[in-house]
Each structure stands twice: as structure tokens, then as C-alpha cells.
Design a protein around this ligand. Structure first.
Ligand SMILES: Nc1ncnc2c1ncn2[C@@H]1O[C@H](COP(=O)(O)OP(=O)(O)OP(=O)(O)O)[C@@H](O)[C@H]1O
Ligand SMILES: [Zn+2]
Length: 500
């Protein structure tokens, strides 16, 4: 702010000189005035440039050495795989051109903070042998109108000049927090942001394959729904890769990576640490390792013990204001809920469960993945009832194990209600073929609850009948956070062969 006042004051002097020169018809103050104005203008512009490079350097420092490979990123197997596949388009540019395939210009990484999106972008640059230029969305928000747009221009220019200097054919530009510049344009007053976003779109449209360096933009956000749709159009950020919180195996891998330069005691069991840090991001796990080392040093010991790691988990968790107890409790409840869906699905449609997992994915804390089924155009009553039972089974399992439901079932109920609706309009209920407009609301409501109550009771019975499978699977799921379809079906087979 003080700088701004100085600049305005400094700008006032030459203007005054020019004014006085005009009144006095004197050429010397006129010239001096113009020279001063020019110098001031250059200074302001340069300051913008210097600030931009300085913050870029900060960012580059923050993300460590320029050479970072995918091997140094823990977990994230599917995200890494997807990203590599997209990058192969850049590496195999000759073939791409031959087939007339549109090059990929932008990749959007979405996911919670600290999951390694920046690391992914760095590894992408390494993988494509590209120069790496990074910026954060917030750097483009300035009080001077047009500065944001000119910084975007500078960012692309910087990528091009660096590639030329380092004799590289590719350049990766990484923009973190893209939502700050790329937010939806509806709203009206944010004109400065608009200019910046428009400049970004213009630069992206100006990327050609024939030109070197080939430029790839990687952007990161944890609020994809906030982005302006212009950014997501084909030819812009049309590849989306989800970077999730790591599952137990991923957490173990990340801990191993960050333990490499630290003296761990022989008794340390990183798998146990991974188990206790459910829901942690990569950044939090890095923090756990660091805090544990500090505890060990404070104890004047030469090695980090399991105890130090446990204390570090608590510290990182308290810092995040999460209640350890409720996390464990929540994990169990999610496991019960998802297993409910899975057991019902496997009974209703044997062989249909592909995977049950606890790792938080997007907003859901757990999920059941189903094997792709043949696409159906005609549904039987039995099929629809089965689907409703699968939807209701999450809440049913919670009722059996906890005596009540949680808020996690609203989507399931919506799905069940839609299915009942389909049954009614298709004449598959006891009402027979009906004209929905001619039946009173009350009749429909009664039939609706009759169907749902009946199916809910059958679902509960199904779960009770398969309690043994349920309990054994629950134990594995809580331990591993993941249960493959085959592992799951093993439980069914075992329970069949056991004497009743
Ligand atoms: N998968 C991972 N493997 C190893 N380290 C990780 C991983 N994820 C995060 N980290 C650690 O956390 C730090 C921060 O990660 P990074 O900056 O890549 O996260 P981000 O997703 O870009 O977060 P933000 O959205 O907050 O910018 C890394 O420097 C690294 O030490
Ligand atoms: Zn559910």
C-alpha cells in the first residue's frame, strides 16, 4: 500500500512539470517531465516482473529439485498411470500428427490439498524432458487492472525463452489454484479476473503442435465445480485426472519415501503407521515423518521409534482438528455401510462386485465398484427390486450394526425412490397399469412405502442370513481398506462349506 502512495506521488511530479512547461512554453521541464514519466512507467512494469519471478522462484524452491520422477511419488497409481498415458501424446508427437489427432494442451488435476498434484506436474515435466515453469493462481490477482493478464503472457514467454535457452523441445507450465483465475465469469464485477482468464484462454488457443517448444499446461484445483466452463472445453483443459487421498498401501509407500533420509529404529512398523493415519494426505504424512524426527532429536536419541511416530500422528491430527476417536469410528461405520451394499449386490447378482474400498474418494468415504454389466434396455420387476435392495442395503447394515442410520444414505434413498418410480410407471407394482395423473397422491405414497418397507425387510433378512460373510469381510476391509471382488467371493464360498 505504501508503495502505491509513493508511486502516485512520484507520478504527480512529472505531470506537474509537464503542466508547468505548458503554461510557461518552456521545452526543458517538458522534456524532463516526459523522461521521468517514462522511467516511472518502466519501473512499475519491471517491479511486476520481478515480483512474478521472485514468487516463481519461491514456488520452485518449495517443490524441491527440478528432477523428480514418478517413482518419487507415493501411491496414486491410477492417477500416475492416467497422466503418463496423456503425456505419451506429447512424447509421440510425430505419430499424433500423422493421425491428425488433436494434441493435448491442458490437463486438470483435481483433488484435496497436499495429495501431490504439484509433484505430479514436476514429474510430468521430467517424463517429457520439458522445462518446468510454475505459478499459482493467486499470483495473477493484482490491484492494477491488466497486470494479471500481462503476467499470464510473461509466464508463457518465460516458458518459451527457457526452453530455447535449455534447448528443450517441450515445456510444462503448471498453474496451481487455477480456480482463483479460472472461476466462473458470471457475476459481473470481477473484470480484472476476466481479463486474466481471457488472456489464459487466448494463450492456450495459440499453442500449436508444429511450434517448439510444445507447451503443455497442467493446472490444479480442489474445486473443479467452480471453474468457468470455457476452461473445460475441448482443446483447453479437456483431460481431468483425479488425485485422491492415498489408501493404506499408498500411505505406506509415501511414508517409506519420506523415511529414506531418516534413521528409523529396527522396531518401526510403517504399515502400522499407515493404518493409524487413515484419511491423511501425502503432505500430512511427510509432516508425520518430520515431526517424529523432531521428537527423536528432542529425546536425544539416535533413531526414530514407533512411539515417536505415534506421537507425530497425534500432533498432525490435532493440528488439523480431527478427533482421532471419531475417525476410527467413522471408518468402521463407512465399512459397515459399504459392505451392506456389497453383500446385497453379490447375493442379488452373483459375481457383480468388483471392489469394496474404504479410501476416501472424492466426497464419499468409501465405495463399492461393480463389474460392468450388460447394458439393459428392458428391466424386469425382479431386476428392479434387486437394485432397490442393493441401494437400501447400506442403511440396513448400519441399522443392524448400530441400531440406526447416519446421514450417509441420502443418495441411496434417492436412487431407491427413482427405481420405485420406474416400477410404478411401468405397471410393475400391485397397482397394475396406472395413469399417474389419475391416482391420488395418497395412493401413490402408500404403494411407495409398502414397496420400500417390504424390500427393506427383505434386505435386512438377506444381511442377517449372510452375517458370517459380513463379519469376516468387515475384518479384512478394516485392516486392508480394500477388498477385491475375488477376495470377497472367497468369503461366500467358505461360509457355504462350513457346517451350519
Ligand atoms: N504422493 C506423495 N508422495 C510423496 N510425497 C507426497 C505425496 N503427496 C504429497 N507429498 C508431500 O507433500 C508435499 C506437498 O505436496 P504437493 O504440493 O504436491 O500437493 P498438492 O496436491 O499440490 O497440494 P496443494 O493443493 O495444497 O498445492 C510434497 O512436497 C511432498 O513432500
Ligand atoms: Zn450407500
Amino acid at each position: 500500500m505504501r508503495k502505491l502512495i509513493i508511486e502516485i506521488a512520484a507520478g504527480f511530479v512529472p505531470v506537474l512539470l509537464i503542466f508547468l512547461a505548458f503554461i510557461g512554453y518552456n521545452i526543458i521541464p517538458l522534456l524532463v517531465g516526459f523522461i521521468m514519466l517514462g522511467a516511472l512507467f518502466a519501473a512499475v512494469k519491471m517491479r511486476g516482473g520481478i515480483v512474478a519471478t521472485a514468487s516463481q522462484e519461491r514456488k520452485n524452491k518449495k517443490i524441491g529439485s527440478a528432477k523428480l520422477t514418478f517413482d518419487e511419488i507415493g501411491g496414486q497409481d491410477s492417477a500416475k498411470q492416467e497422466l503418463r498415458e496423456a503425456l505419451d501424446f506429447m512424447v509421440r508427437h510425430e505419430e499424433i500428427k500423422k493421425f491428425g489427432i488433436r494434441p493435448i494442451k491442458g490437463i486438470l488435476l483435481t483433488g484435496p490439498p497436499g495429495t501431490g498434484k504439484t509433484l505430479m506436474a514436476k514429474a510430468a515435466a521430467q517424463y517429457t524432458n520439458a522445462v518446468f515453469v510454475a505459478a499459482s493462481g493467486s499470483e495473477f490477482v493484482e490491484m492494477y487492472v491488466g497486470v494479471g493478464a500481462s503476467r499470464i503472457r510473461d509466464l508463457f514467454k518465460d516458458a518459451r525463452t527457457r526452453a530455447a535457452k535449455e534447448k528443450k523441445e517441450n515445456a510444462v507450465i503448471f498453474i496451481d489454484e487455477i480456480d482463483v483465475v479460472g472461476g466462473k465469469r458470471e457475476g459481473g464485477q470481477q473484470r480484472e479476473y476476466d481479463q486474466t482468464l481471457n488472456q489464459l484462454l487466448t494463450e492456450m488457443d495459440g499453442i500449436y503442435t508444429s511450434e517448439t517448444p510444445r507447451i503443455l499446461l497442467i493446472a490444479a484445483t480442489n474445486r473443479k465445480e467452480m471453474l468457468d466452463s470455457a476452461l473445460l472445453r475441448p482443446g483447453r483443459f479437456d483431460r481431468h485426472i483425479q488425485v485422491d487421498l492415498p489408501d493404506k498401501k499408498g500411505r505406506c509407500h509415501i511414508l517409506e519415501l519420506h523415511a529414506k533420509n531418516k534413521p528409523l529404529a529396527g522396531e518401526v512398523n510403517l504399515e502400522k503407521v499407515a493404518e493409524e493415519s487413515y484419511g491423511f494426505s501425502g503432505a500430512q504424512l511427510e509432516s508425520v515423518m518430520n515431526e517424529a524426527a523432531i521428537y527423536a532429536m528432542r529425546d536425544q536419541l539416535s533413531e526414530i521409534s514407533q512411539h515417536h511416530l505415534s506421537m507425530a500422528i497425534d500432533k498432525v491430527m490435532m493440528g488439523e482438528k480431527t478427533d482421532r476417536q471419531s475417525t476410527e469410528e467413522e471408518k468402521r461405520r463407512v465399512a459397515v455401510h459399504e459392505l451392506g451394499h456389497a453383500v446385497a449386490a453379490e447375493v442379488v447378482a452373483p459375481g457383480s462386485v468388483n471392489q469394496v474400498a474404504l479410501s476416501p474418494r472424492g466426497r464419499a468415504l468409501g465405495y463399492v465398484r461393480h463389474n460392468p454389466q450388460e447394458e439393459k434396455y428392458l428391466y424386469t420387476k425382479q431386476y428392479l427390486e434387486g437394485q432397490i435392495m442393493i441401494a437400501l442395503a447400506g442403511a440396513a447394515a448400519e441399522e443392524i450394526y448400530y441400531g440406526g442410520r447416519s446421514t450417509g444414505s441420502s443418495n441411496d434413498f434417492e436412487q431407491a425412490l427413482n427405481l420405485v418410480q420406474t416400477m410404478m410407471t411401468s405397471g410393475l407394482t400391485s397397482l397394475g397399469i396406472i395413469n399417474m395423473d389419475m391416482v391420488t397422491k395418497e395412493v401413490l405414497m402408500n404403494e411407495n412405502s409398502r414397496i420400500l418397507d417390504d424390500l427393506a425387510a427383505r434386505t435386512k433378512q438377506l444381511l442377517v442370513d449372510n452375517a458370517m460373510v459380513f463379519d469376516q469381510s468387515l475384518e479384512i476391509l478394516l485392516r486392508e481398506e480394500r477388498l477385491s471382488g475375488d477376495q470377497f467371493r472367497c468369503q461366500f464360498r467358505d461360509s457355504l462349506t462350513l457346517p451350519a
